[in-house]
Ligand binder design. Sequence first.
Ligand SMILES: Cc1ncc(COP(=O)(O)O)c(C=O)c1O
Length: 338
Amino acid sequence: MDCQTQTVQRAIDALPRHRLSHLPTPLQLCTRLTTVLNGPRIWVKRDDMTGLALGGNKTRYLEFTLAEATAQGYDAVVLSAVVQSNHCRQFAAACARLNLKGVIVLREDDSTMGRSHPAQGNYLLDRLYGIDIRVASPADINETIEQEKQRLNNAGHKTFTGLSGLLSRVAYIQCALEIERQCQDESIAPGHLVIGSGGNSLAGLLAGFALLGRPLRLLGTPQSKMSQATGISEQIARQAEQAAAHIGLTCSADPALIKVTDEYVGRGFGHPEQRTLDAIRLLARHEGILVDPTYSGKAFACLVDQLRQGRFSDSEDIIFVHTGGTPLLFAYGEELLV
Ligand SMILES: Cc1ncc(COP(=O)(O)O)c(C=O)c1O
């Protein structure tokens, strides 16, 4: 490990942390995919293999966000998201592992990501983990979270509700460190990295690569529309600098190294377009790797499309960060078989 890599690793290691993931996740060279796309070499950073609860980027986040809660004496946590949330599934498993009292408040609607019948995908796994589940309509979510917090406190728990975005970004500095070491081991200097993220993972990676002096261009696809007018790259660069500051380091994050594109969101959150379904099959059939219809599949569709448009140089290496979401495939059976 070189000196700066060691400095960053030590700064991360000083934070409270529950070890929940199997790290480092592999950086896998995809030779068949590279051949079929006839372009630059593609490497997949397998964060779908973080280990807990069938993997995904949230396991990295939870190592730090739950450790912050328990370090402050909280023994119960309420988390809320859509019914088919990957975060809730990994949280449910983490609570089981850490013997922490957890409640998930799931937002139900009639979309595939919001449906609790039949019990499929992430929602099925939530049930297997045995976590307390409340399902509520969008209008009742806030009240339900408050009720659950009160219920737990009345039962003698100290209940936490605000898992930290800042610590989620710090968790992805760790991912950048791993990629840095893996690039050194493979003697590669990739030009671009593509990831399904509109914020936290992207900001952490930007911070990490800025701290390590690796000027990698990052292309992020969010899961729903984000206004380009709000200066999203600048906002993410600021979040990256705050994440570095949180571990006591200073970095200058260049917004020009980040691009966030709405182009692959399609009809919106939870609606896979035809090109996402095609991209899912392409990766499955050439590498045996599964991406999801909502997050990682849209990001992978972005990579394929940009590559076909000639946006990357054939002589560069490209990293695709697979953020997980694989259990969602089981909630999208009908769409996937069309
Ligand atoms: C599989 C998967 N990928 C990517 C994301 C986006 O993560 P973030 O925007 O926090 O970077 C999520 C968030 O829910 C996810 O579940």
